[in-house]
Design a protein around this ligand. Structure first.
Ligand code: PGA
Length: 307
């Protein structure tokens, strides 16, 4: 049997996955729920297998659903690229740029976007933020044009463009006795109550690798899923932590001290990544060359404390 879905059906499947429910997909696409359900049924008939199961209130895609979704994404992406290519031929930079960005990069990427948008006002952005593991998941599903990591996955076929340093620094409350010290041995620092990011975080990944290499174990007091919550917990004296220095920019260092701990900052680099197999859209190409042509000094990235 030839599988020949309509574009609308493919869009509905994408919206279903994005929203997790028929009602959410219907709302996103301005359709009625019966229309969405009917089109999904027609799509399943074409494919010859069920596309999803209902688990509680959420829909879970089947294996057939996942594969159909992957093809749907390729078809829709390819048509969007065609549209941008045509705009490009007419000398216009327009279309949507999809960026998947790790949470820690959200402190500076918007500043890059702001300048870029001024230059190319016709470009729209779809900006998704998650921890490293969540962004890796987006990448393996091919959801975005470009990804920003400091530790891109090693096993994926990616083209990498490092563009900015991302030092990870040790922090304590500004009134902590260590704030006045000029040197803190790593073992002493590690013995203090520590606030750690959640598993899946790139910051945690880099930090654990660094400590493992030195045979040092942390005294973890609390796992906290957000850089902001860690900053506030450290500020209030709950413990010490290690965060990207970018989380402290634009006044984020208020009430905090960057500690001179042996071996720190842990060096890493912000890197733009994209799939080797997926052609870049003209808009993504424009953004990449724009970031690469722009030394950080020219952007708001320079306001980092503790340099
Ligand atoms: P995180 O990512 O927000 O997941 O910690 C930062 C990183 O990848 O360096």
């Amino acid at each position: 049997m030839r599988i020949r879905p309509t574009l609308r059906q493919l869009e509905i499947l994408l919206a279903l996955q994005e929203n997790g429910s028929v009602s959410g997909a219907a709302e996103q696409l301005h359709l009625t729920q019966p229309t969405v359900s009917m089109q999904l049924k027609k799509l399943a008939d074409q494919v010859g297998l069920p596309l999803f199961h209902q688990i509680g209130r959420r829909l879970q895609l089947t294996d057939a659903g996942e594969r159909t979704l992957r093809s749907a994404r390729e078809v829709i992406d390819s048509l969007e690229r065609l549209q941008m290519d045509m705009a490009d031929l007419q000398g216009l930079k327009q279309g949507t740029l999809r960026l998947g960005v790790v949470t820690t990069a959200k402190y500076f990427i918007p500043h890059l976007l702001g300048d870029f948008c001024e230059r190319y006002p016709q470009i729209e952005f779809d900006f998704k933020v998650g921890n490293r593991q969540q962004v890796i998941d987006r990448l393996s599903e091919g959801r975005d044009d470009l990804y920003v990591f400091s530790h891109p996955p090693r096993d994926a076929p990616l083209t990498l463009h490092p563009f900015l340093d991302n030092p990870l620094v040790a922090i304590a409350a500004a009134n902590h006795p260590w704030a006045a010290r000029s040197h803190i041995p790593l073992a002493e620092f590690a013995a203090a109550p520590f606030l750690i990011r959640e598993p899946g975080s790139g910051t945690r990944y880099a930090m654990e690798r660094f400590l493992r290499q030195r045979g040092v174990k942390l005294n973890v007091r609390m796992t906290v899923e957000s850089n902001e919550a860690i900053r506030h917990s450290v500020m209030s004296g709950l413990g010490v932590s290690i965060l990207s220095r970018h989380t402290l920019a634009f006044g984020g260092d208020a009430g905090l001290a960057v500690l001179p701990v042996e071996g720190l900052p842990i060096p890493s680099q912000w890197t733009m990544a994209h799939h080797k197999a997926k052609p870049l859209s003209p808009v993504a190409r424009a953004f990449l060359s724009w970031v690469e042509a722009r030394p950080p000094a020219e952007t708001a990235l320079h306001s980092l404390p503790g340099r």
